[in-house]
Design a protein around this ligand. Sequence first.
Ligand code: TYD
Length: 210
Amino acid sequence: MKHGEKNNSHRNRTGMLIAFEGIDGVGKTTQLRLLAEALTKMGHNVISTREPTNGPFGQKIRQVLVNRNEVSPEEELELFMADRREHVKKLISPSLSKGKIVITDRYYLSTAAYQGAAGRDEEDILKRNEAFAPIPDLVLLLVGEPSLGIHRIKSLRQEELNDFEQESNLNKVAAVFDRLKRTYIKRVDATGDIDEIHNAVMKHVKRLLI
Ligand code: TYD
C-alpha cells in the first residue's frame, strides 16, 4: 500500500468515489455533469454532489467566502473539515455502501490546495482528511491557467470574484495542486474544448470500470 493510502474503515465498500478538482473556473462542474450523464447512460447508479455542501457548515462557508477576514485560518480549515465530515456521514459513505458511483465537485484535495496556499501544511491536511474520509478511487485534477478561470468566472458567469478567486491566490493554489502526490490523482489538461476534455476524463474512468 502506498504512502497516505492506509486502509481506512470505509474501504469495505462496493461503490466508487470520483472527485473533480482544480482551481475556480477550470470547468469542473461541466465535466462532472458530462461524466454523470455518460455513466448513467451506461447503466450505472450515479450520485452527483459537491463541496462546500448545502448543509449548515456549507452555508457558513459561503458567508465566509465573501469576506475571509471574518474567521481565522484555523477556523476556516475546521469549517471545511466539519462540512466534509457531514458530507461523508450523510451522503458519501451510505451511497458507497449501496454500490453507487459518487462523483463530487471538490473534495479534500481542495482543502490541501486552498488552505495549503493560505499557509498550512498540505501533507498534514491530506493525512487529517484521509483519516476519516473515504479515499477516492480517482481524482480528476483539471489543469488550466488561473487567468483563464478568472476570465470564465467574470465574463461567462457574470460573477464578482470572491476572496479565494483573486488571481494571486489562485496562482498559489494552482502551485499546491501541481505538487500534490497521490496515486489516485490523474491530471487532465483543461485548456482544450469541452468534448476533448470529456474524452480524456472518460479514458481514466473506463480504466477503473474494467
Ligand atoms: P466552489 O466550488 O467555487 O463553490 P460554488 O461554485 O458552489 O460557490 O467552492 C467555493 C470555494 O471554496 C472555492 O474558491 C474553493 C474553496 N474551498 C476551499 O478553500 N477549501 C475546501 O476544502 C473546499 C471544498 C473549497
